[in-house]
Design a protein around this ligand. Structure first.
Ligand code: ADP
Length: 899
């Protein structure tokens, strides 16, 4: 029947599916989650499970597939990884309740209890322990743009003011797994999820936030702009939507300012491979080369630090002081790291508990983690300043800790700068004594993940629970005794008393021994015959079993009540626990950086007030490791930029080490301002406000847009934005086009950077002609990577020295790369011809020496147009005769041509 009315179940399904929208719908049926129609097709493909069919809808078989509910997490993980979102429709009543409600044929009521999305996860199995999991929302209001970002696995919540131009850099910094924007907004291009416009309304958002935090005013959080409210509102609405009303963990928002971190745009991040490589891997990134943290919290924090180097010298120095202390005291570092390594991830355990997805093991983790933190604080306390520090009451930090405004005035800042980091951290490690004691008494040493089987509340915590357990245990002993008795009574030594979910306790005998029990007066009642065994019940067993089961379910209920109470007690201190988790992470970062520095003899950078960049013996941590792996030595290089020598032009053969040199210096700036030691023997630098890195087009062929166009757009951004405090590396810019165009552009870019931006800049090029710029740009100096030809072979020394390269060694590099000798020979003769031509004409750059100075050229042009304008201004058009008018036109044309 093609147009049969849909079954009640199908009607229910379709309504839920409509609610789920573009999410896949997991529809609970018995022990399975089933998917239907297109959802089934998609899931069976991603999960590689069988696609079957069931019933009919609109005359078609309904495609379907399913996953067992107890193993759903693993399947969810794969679907989320593949970019899907999944709505979970579960049964919200038991079949018995449904029958009572609406008769024997009643359909069990179902509802979407949660939408599982990449940005709203808390489950350990679904998350990477060492990576923060940001869900990001973009909001706009009153002409401003802001980003709200939450990692609900630990409750972190950030609000950042930005603008249309800075948006993509901020998004790149956070690397959110989900990005939300309002439908029909200008930000659709950045979004992975579009949400209704109303959710980003700043007025509604204000009310929503007040409700979330249970406050009458948001003033305590610092200055919230309308755009910030809009973004936060959109984010909270989405969290609410995915968790279906039970909001996950959100700490008070920390309000970030645009100028507090070094500005690093998306292209620079990608090019420098700060936290991931251009292929999206962590391995091979700067972060990977630096990270020696031993906890998930530390790793997450370090990734954030490297992604957002600081601009505040005092805060950087405070971080460096702690790193130095741990660097200099190896024994302290070792013991600190050993302790940290053994501690559970309390930040994430807390996130699960708040979201209502926690269990006994999470409470156990809080107990062990907080206990460990306490002990650590006792060990570190002697290292803190004796006065005037009075440990703040933990509760007092509730909001201040997360609000930048307060954190900087009340706890971290002092008159002379910031308080030593240890003085800030140690008090945060303690203050949970009562909770630790309670959890120690209440929980068994290793509580299970799942509460459903009980057994997590410790003996001696609750006398009534102990009694119930005794009854259960006594019953089980009595049942064991009964087994022996039954064996004697029936003369069947193979008789066993067993337990399963369907029959409960029962007697089981092999089929061939069943006869005596089958007899009418045996006292046993037949329950089930299976291949080989027969199962029975018996009155005494039934009675004992009842007792055991009842005691068991009462005990389970008692444990569940304790779990709920313990969870609530723990959550009352959620802010302070989160602060402890942060403090542990910060200690781990410092100890990890100290460890890294000690491994390879890194140096503490010195930060100064003027825009210099003095590096001795600088190295590239990633390339160095690769070079060492292949058994070679990495050559350390110096770099010296100052206000009078701001721009280094670096020439030399391909593969000579130019890119490596450029990047290592940019990475040193990042590390220094993140509060790390740097791979150099000495480093002194003035703070870098903006960092830019651009690589000439041909290295980035993977991109879709015209690569030369990308190169020019990105270079334009540097010229527009770099300040005298900025640091710019430009690698072969201009090579994405023809030689003449490329040289001309490179020439003009160097001039503009030198004259206008006046930033610190390293510029690598293979255009030898550019070296002539040294004559006209006084803060530009020439450098090259050394190479030597030895017995016909090219030896790349990877050493940066002063002066221009004497030649380009292009053919030698080609030979090194294995170009056939015949081709090399041919190239040599072509080169000889070209060089002869160059000698005659003056070469590619002939005539450049006559080029007026950059600024002078522009002035001349402006003068020209000004003269035309002056002439036009002075004209009285109405008074002109036709003949005079013609004369004026000729004159104007001459003026425009500047002759
Ligand atoms: P270029 O930019 O001049 O073409 P690269 O910086 O890409 O050269 O370096 C090419 C290779 O040379 C690197 O992959 C690395 O193996 C090696 N190399 C670069 N710099 C050094 C160095 N300072 N010491 C040792 N090997 C280096």
């Amino acid at each position: 029947m093609a147009d049969a009315a849909p079954t009640p179940m199908m009607t229910q399904y379709l309504a839920l599916k409509a609610e789920a929208g573009d999410c896949l719908l997991f529809y609970r049926m018995g022990d399975f989650f089933e998917l239907f129609f297109d959802d089934a097709r998609i899931a069976s493909g991603v999960l590689d499970i069988a696609l079957t069919a069931r019933g009919e809808h609109d005359g078609e078989k309904i495609p379907m597939c399913g996953v067992p509910a107890h193993a759903a997490v693993g399947y969810l993980q794969r679907l989320i990884k593949a970019g899907h979102r999944v709505a979970i429709a579960d049964q919200i009543e038991t079949p018995a309740e449904a029958k009572k409600r609406a008769g024997s044929k009643a359909l069990v009521a179902r509802a979407i209890i949660r939408v599982v999305t990449a940005g709203t996860l808390t489950e350990e199995a679904l998350l990477d322990a060492r990576t923060a999991n940001w869900c990001v929302a973009i909001g706009e209001a009153a002409g401003g743009v802001a980003i709200a970002a939450a990692d609900v696995s630990t409750g972190r919540f950030e609000l950042v003011e930005t603008d249309a131009g800075g948006l993509s850099a901020e998004l790149a910094r956070l690397g959110g797994v989900e990005v939300l924007a309002s439908e029909a907004s200008a930000f659709e291009q950045y979004a992975t999820v579009l949400r209704p416009r109303g959710e980003f309304d700043s007025t509604a958002a204000e009310a929503r936030l007040k409700r979330v935090y249970g406050v009458a005013t948001l003033d305590g959080f610092g200055q919230l702009s309308r755009a910030g409210l809009a973004a936060a509102g959109g984010l909270v609405a989405y969290l609410d939507h995915t968790a279906k009303g039970s909001l996950p963990f959100l700490r008070p928002p920390r309000i970030g300012n645009a100028g507090e971190a070094m500005a690093i745009d998306a292209a620079t991040r990608e090019s420098l491979e700060l936290t991931q490589t251009q292929q999206g891997q962590r391995k091979g990134s700067l972060l990977d080369a630096v990270d020696r943290t031993v906890t998930g919290a530390g790793a997450r924090l370090l990734a954030g630090d490297i992604g957002a180097p600081l601009m505040d010298r005092a805060t950087i120095e405070a971080r460096l002081d702690l790193v130095q202390r741990l660097h200099d005291d190896g024994a302290l570092r070792e013991s600190l790291r050993a302790t940290l390594r053994s501690l559970p991830d309390i930040g994430r355990a807390l996130g699960r508990l708040v979201a209502g997805r926690g269990g006994p093991r999470d409470l156990g983790q809080l107990r062990d983690g907080l206990d460990g933190a306490w002990l650590l604080a006792e060990r570190l306390a002697p290292l803190t300043s004796p006065s005037p520090v009075r440990p703040e009451p933990v509760e007092g930090r509730e909001h201040g800790e997360s609000s930048r405004a307060r954190a900087s005035t009340s706890s971290a800042r002092t008159e002379g700068g910031v308080r030593p980091l240890l003085d800030q951290l140690v008090p945060r490690l303690q203050g949970h004594g009562a909770l630790i004691d309670l959890l120690k008494r209440a929980l068994v040493p290793t509580p299970p993940i799942d509460a459903s089987d009980g057994g997590y509340i410790a003996e001696g915590y609750d006398a009534a629970l102990d009694d119930l357990r005794d009854i259960g245990a006594g019953g089980r002993r009595a049942i064991a005794a009964l087994e022996a008795e039954y064996r004697t009574r029936t003369g069947t030594s193979t008789l066993k008393i067993r337990h399963n979910g369907v029959l409960g306790y029962h007697v089981e005998v092999p089929a061939k021994a069943a006869d005596p029990l089958m007899a009418g007066d045996s006292g046993f009642t037949h329950r089930q015959t299976l291949a080989g065994v027969v199962r029975f019940n018996a009155p005494e067993l039934h009675e004992l079993a009842m007792k055991v089961t009842q005691a068991g379910s009462h005990a389970l209920a008692a444990e569940a009540a304790h779990l709920e109470e313990l969870t609530q007690t723990a959550l009352a201190g959620r802010e302070a626990i989160a602060a402890t988790a942060d403090a542990l992470g910060r200690l781990d970062v410092a100890a990890g950086l100290a460890e890294r520095a000690a491994e390879d003899g890194w140096a503490r950078p010195t930060l100064v007030d003027h825009a210099c960049f003095e590096i001795e013996g600088g190295r590239h941590p990633v390339v160095e490791a690769a070079v060492q792996r292949s058994g070679e030595r990495f050559v350390a290089n110096d770099c010296s930029l100052s206000e009078t020598s701001r721009l280094w032009l670096v020439t030399g053969p391909n593969m000579g080490g130019k890119s490596t040199f450029l990047r290592q210096n940019a990475l040193i700036a990042v590390l220094a301002q993140a509060g790390s030691y740097v791979p150099a023997t000495r480093a002194e630098l003035g703070l870098v406000d903006k960092l830019f890195s651009r690589v000439g087009a041909s290295d980035n062929l993977a991109r879709g847009r015209s690569t030369f166009m990308v190169e020019m757009v990105e270079t334009a951004a540097i010229l527009a934005q770099a300040t005298p405090q900025s640091f710019v590396i430009l690698d072969e810019v201009g090579r994405g086009t023809s030689t003449y165009d490329g040289l001309a552009i490179a020439w003009a870019v160097v001039e503009a950077i030198h004259e206008d931006n006046r930033c610190r800049c390293l510029f690598a090029t293979h255009y030898h002609e550019l070296t002539r710029l040294a004559e006209r740009c006084d803060a530009l100096t020439l450098h090259h990577v050394r190479a030597r030809e030895w017995k016909g072979d090219l030896v790349l020394l990877h050493e940066v020295t002063e002066g221009p390269a004497d030649r380009s060694y292009g053919l030698a590099v080609a030979r090194l790369a294995g170009l056939p000798p015949s081709t090399i020979a041919r190239a040599k003769s072509v080169l000889a011809k070209l060089e002869a031509g160059r000698a005659k004409t003056g070469g590619l750059a002939a005539g450049l020496d006559d080029l007026p100075l950059f600024a002078a050229a522009i002035e001349a042009e402006e003068e020209g147009s000004d003269a035309v304008r002056a002439e036009l201004d002075s004209l009285d058009i109405d008074a002109l005769t036709p003949r005079e008018a013609l004369d004026v036109l000729y004159r104007l044309k001459r003026l425009a041509h500047n002759d």
